[in-house]
Design a binder for this molecule. Structure first.
Ligand SMILES: C[S@@+](CC[C@H](N)C(=O)[O-])C[C@H]1O[C@@H](n2cnc3c(N)ncnc32)[C@H](O)[C@@H]1O
Length: 479
């Protein structure tokens, strides 16, 4: 069922009048109850929302999943039949929510997102329906923060779920297409779009099927990447594709659906198979495109299985050990030694894959830095000697060594922003970086250092130009 314009207006009016916004909810709950709710604990929030005013009613209904007296719901949503819309149950004097509708804010933008109810509040163990539509999960936010901040004519959100990625893209994309295999997800994505007055072209089908022969400037996907044996049955995280084939297909086919210079960004899990390098595996998918894969975490198969059994709420259930054993045997049969978890960005220009493990803390959003890193790596001239470089403002130098020693034993240059890289430097490189104020060219600084060291300038070029290139790509130095 679609929401009519009148229903959208009435719902928006009710939410706005009640102050059902991220700040409104946080203000009503206070920091402690709000933080507890983020950990799925509703007790403290329940105490603070007992007034019966519309904001408390909405919090109790959607965020705490409490039974609420019907008259209070009617007061909070005047003139709207939430029962007929299927938003609340038809249960006599008290009703409960059948869907989760919650405010969500990013930068200075604010929306309401429609999804299925959050499972596992207050430690409850609840089996999830196979067509469960995920709300705003940590992975959703990771992709939002990874997305390059470009304006695009056309963008594609594959596996849209509740529509969260499309919402995030809506103010910088002219034509937005959202796809999913789950009809329930498509309906909730339509509702999310309608509630926020966003034009969203919602289509049913697997991966690129619904957009055959179409091209986009930006493709984003937080796909159902969980690597599990057949029969997992949760559409929001599993597909029935073998191993990591869902990610492989998304990456391999991306160039056929991207405009020249378009971007495809995915969250992904990949298998690390005995005798195979995971970087080579992904390079086989990106082929001759410019791409960057970052492995944020690598899990042993048993840790991986435990993580996703917990996610499915199976801990403590009779099926837990059987499923654990089946899953492990299935991974062992495919020689999977570990599973990599991270992200892949593909830029549709000729180039190669750079793949690395970077499990350290990064700045969020990282998207602007991802964009600049590609621009620097792809745009740098072959000959760097004529460039006038400037040291980035966020770089600090850390030295360590014996107290009283004349020279430090190690020098580390560390960025405070972006990937928060740290690069070890010798005294020559540290001297070079220190001289980068835009005045002298790279060639002039290296020549002066060669003179100081009494070394042939070509030798200094050979030793230090590759290091300078890396420092530019990683944003320590700008030009
Ligand atoms: C992890 S959820 C992501 C939801 C949302 N985009 C987000 O960022 O939170 C994955 C979504 O992919 C959908 N999906 C599953 N199999 C798919 C397929 N073969 N093609 C397209 N979407 C699929 C699921 O129904 C689910 O909505």
């Amino acid at each position: 069922m679609n929401l009519t314009g009148t229903e959208v207006d009435a719902l928006r009016q009710a939410f706005t009048a009640a102050g059902y916004t991220v700040d409104g909810v946080a203000g009503r709950l206070g920091a402690q109850a709000n933080d507890a709710l983020a950990r799925n604990e509703t007790t403290l929030a329940g105490r603070r929302t007992a007034s019966g005013d519309p904001l408390d009613t909405m919090i109790q209904l959607f965020l705490l999943q409490r039974l609420v007296p019907k008259p209070l719901v009617e007061k909070a949503f005047p003139g709207i039949d939430l029962i007929a819309l299927g938003i609340v149950s038809d249960g006599g004097d008290e009703v409960r929510a059948l869907l989760d509708i919650r405010p969500f804010a990013e930068d200075d933008r604010e929306w309401w997102v429609v999804a299925d109810l959050t499972p596992g509040l207050d430690g409850r163990r609840e089996p999830m329906r196979s067509d469960y539509v995920l709300g705003i999960a940590p992975a959703s936010l990771s992709l939002i923060h990874l997305t390059v901040p470009i304006k695009a004519e056309r963008a594609l959100d594959i596996g849209t779920g509740c529509g969260i990625q499309s919402l995030h893209l809506s103010d910088r994309v002219n034509q937005l297409v959202a796809t999913d295999v789950n009809p329930r997800a498509l309906q909730l994505a339509r509702w999310t779009a309608a509630l926020n007055r966003i034009d969203l072209d919602v289509r049913e089908g697997s991966l690129y099927e619904p957009v055959r022969d179409e091209r986009f400037d930006l493709i984003v996907s937080n796909p159902p990447y969980v690597i599990s044996p057949p029969g997992g049955g949760l559409t929001y995280r599993e597909t029935g594709f073998a191993g990591d084939a869902v990610v492989e297909q998304l990456v391999r086919q991306a160039p056929y659906h991207l405009t020249d210079g378009g971007w495809c960004q995915l969250l992904a899990n990949w298998t690390c198979v005995r005798g195979e390098d995971w970087q080579d595996r992904i390079a086989g998918w990106t082929v001759d495109r410019s791409a960057w894969a970052v492995q944020r975490e690598q899990l042993d198969p048993s840790e991986y299985v435990e993580l996703w059994l917990r996610d499915a709420g199976l801990q403590g259930s009779p099926a837990y050990t059987t499923r654990y054993d089946e899953w492990m045997r299935w991974l062992e049969a495919q020689s999977v030694e570990a599973i990599g978890m991270g992200w892949i960005t593909l830029h549709n220009v000729e180039g190669e894959l750079e793949a690395e493990a970077w499990p350290y803390e990064i700045e969020r959003p990282i998207g602007p830095h991802v964009l600049r890193r590609f621009e620097r790596a792809e745009g740098m001239p072959a000959d760097l000697t004529g460039l006038h470089l400037m040291l980035a403002e966020d770089v600090v130098q850390e030295t360590s060594g014996q107290p009283g020693a004349e020279d430090p034993a190690t020098i580390v240059l560390r960025r405070q922003c972006g990937m928060r890289r740290a690069e070890q430097a010798d005294t020559v490189l540290a001297g070079f970086v220190g001289a980068c104020d835009g005045d002298l060219s790279v060639g002039q600084i290296l020549a002066a250092l060669a003179d100081l060291l009494d070394r042939p300038v070509q030798d200094v070029y050979r030793d230090y130009l590759p290091e300078v290139r890396r420092l530019v790509v990683e944003g320590f130095l700008d030009y």
